[in-house]
Design a protein around this ligand. Structure first.
Ligand code: NAG
Ligand code: NAG
Length: 410
């Protein structure tokens, strides 16, 4: 007993400066110093010791309704424990290349879903960008979503400050008349990045004027930009999420017209659209998206519609484990929520990571996922580059060792 108390007091002193903040101010999260593997392990373990109720039972995080409130109160303050990667060896065990996907482009630096936002993601080092498309009555696909569920989608109120739905417009009308709500908090880029057509003259005084770019883009405009812009490498892929009814056919048709078949991937929460894409374009890469209620047979479902990848919410990476999916020959992607959702998660749920900092990304990488659709592509790209250097270093090292032993035996 005495030695146990001694042990506890020693580790508490060691870690108290890291964790005191978290408990006193639930909104500030001490960031675990990941590059130091031992520390990470220690600190995560400490989190469990100090506050064991925060740690959900490994491997079976339950999400059922009866337990939800109760569970949320006790819910993990540690993303690493939620994803069940606490006990991975300190170094990133799953050293593999990570595909960096810019969610809606680079939404913290430019208004999401605009050409500028996608170009920013490219500049930040993303391998891919992700966007949603909607079909308008004029037959054009636009890169826009709006609010509202499947019943009444594309609502403009929060986004553009007017009633109605994007579906009431033609692409031309939408581009010409809709402007974006500068104070909508889902726009991570903040009001200064949101331009209106008549802002320039008044607001640019004394500041660098931003050319007006915040309008509803068509898919064709975005794809053409990404195909032809000198700064965009030909390896950049575009993940097109088929959002509304009737989007599969025109999307495939447009991609073929622009000769970008090898660069465009399709995904959808509605898996019948994936089956449709497979029929229209058998070689296309496709992703079966799953929302928060991941069914038990999700792998079979993805295989049944011919998906080549499975896309799960970031916090579901652990429950089912990415490893069996990779074994089934499927690619894997973790998607992150928008800025409001992520901020909420990082302040109220996970205190071992910041809001999409390197540390959060590293925890997710430990699940073995191959591709990550994130709001801060620049941060993930830097981390992925570091991992790549390590992979290169290791393979050079082993090659060298092999050579040595060959020389010895010769
Ligand atoms: C941008 O796309 C996302 C989906 O990727 C969507 O949720 C959001 O509403 C879109 N924003 C705008 C301004 O179109
Ligand atoms: C703009 O967004 C804010 C924040 O979501 C909202 O409160 C406000 O009503 C919106 N503005 C308009 C004109 O709709």
């Amino acid at each position: 007993m005495v030695s146990l108390m001694k042990f506890l007091s020693v580790i508490t002193i060691i870690n108290i400066h890291h964790f005191a903040l978290a408990f006193l101010h639930p909104t500030s999260h001490p960031v675990i110093n990941f590059p130091n593997p031992d520390l990470h392990h220690w600190q995560s373990t400490m989190l469990m010791l100090i506050n064991p109720f925060n740690v959900p039972p490994h491997g079976e995080f339950r999400d059922d309704h009866n337990n939800r409130n109760h569970y949320q109160q006790l819910s993990s303050y540690s993303l690493a424990s939620k994803l069940n990667v606490l006990h991975d060896s300190g170094v990133i065990e799953h050293t593999h290349p990570i595909e960096v996907v810019g969610h809606r482009g680079s939404l913290y630096t430019a208004l999401e879903n605009t050409s500028r936002s996608f170009l920013h993601a490219v500049e930040a080092g993303a391998d891919s960008v992700e966007l949603d498309v909607f079909l308008l009555k004029c037959g054009n696909l636009v890169v826009f979503h709006g609010s509202g569920g499947d019943e009444r989608p594309g609502l403009l109120h929060l986004y553009c400050g007017i009633d109605g739905s994007i579906l009431d417009y033609t692409a031309e009308e939408a581009k010409r008349t809709l402007t974006f709500n500068k104070s909508y908090d889902e726009f991570g880029c903040g009001p200064t990045q949101i331009t209106h057509p008549d802002d320039l003259a008044t607001e640019s005084l004394g500041q660098e004027p931003i050319p007006h770019y915040c309008y509803v883009h068509t898919l064709e405009e975005v794809l053409t930009t990404l195909r032809d812009h000198p700064k965009v490498p030909p390896t950049l892929s575009i993940k097109i999420e088929l959002k509304g009814e009737g989007t599969a056919f025109p999307a495939v048709q447009l991609v073929e017209k622009l000769n970008m078949m090898h660069r465009c991937h399709y995904s959808s929460f509605d898996h019948s659209r994936i089956a449709e894409v497979r029929e229209l374009s058998p070689g296309a890469l496709t992703g079966a998206l799953f929302a928060d209620d991941v069914p038990d047979d999700f792998i079979q479902r993805a295989i049944a519609v011919g998906a080549s990848e499975i896309h799960l919410g970031m916090t579901h990476a652990h429950t089912r484990g990415y490893k069996p999916r990779t074994k089934a020959g499927l690619g894997t992607m973790a998607w992150f929520r928008g800025p409001v959702g992520m901020k909420e998660d990082a302040t109220s749920k996970y205190h071992d990571v910041g809001n999409e900092d390197e540390c959060m990304y590293e925890v997710v990488i430990r699940t073995g996922v191959r591709s990550m659709c994130v709001n801060r592509p620049g941060v993930l790209a830097k981390l992925a580059e570091k991992m790549q250097r390590r992979i290169n270093w290791e393979s050079a090292f082993y090659l060298n060792e092999e050579k040595k032993s060959e020389e010895l035996s010769a």
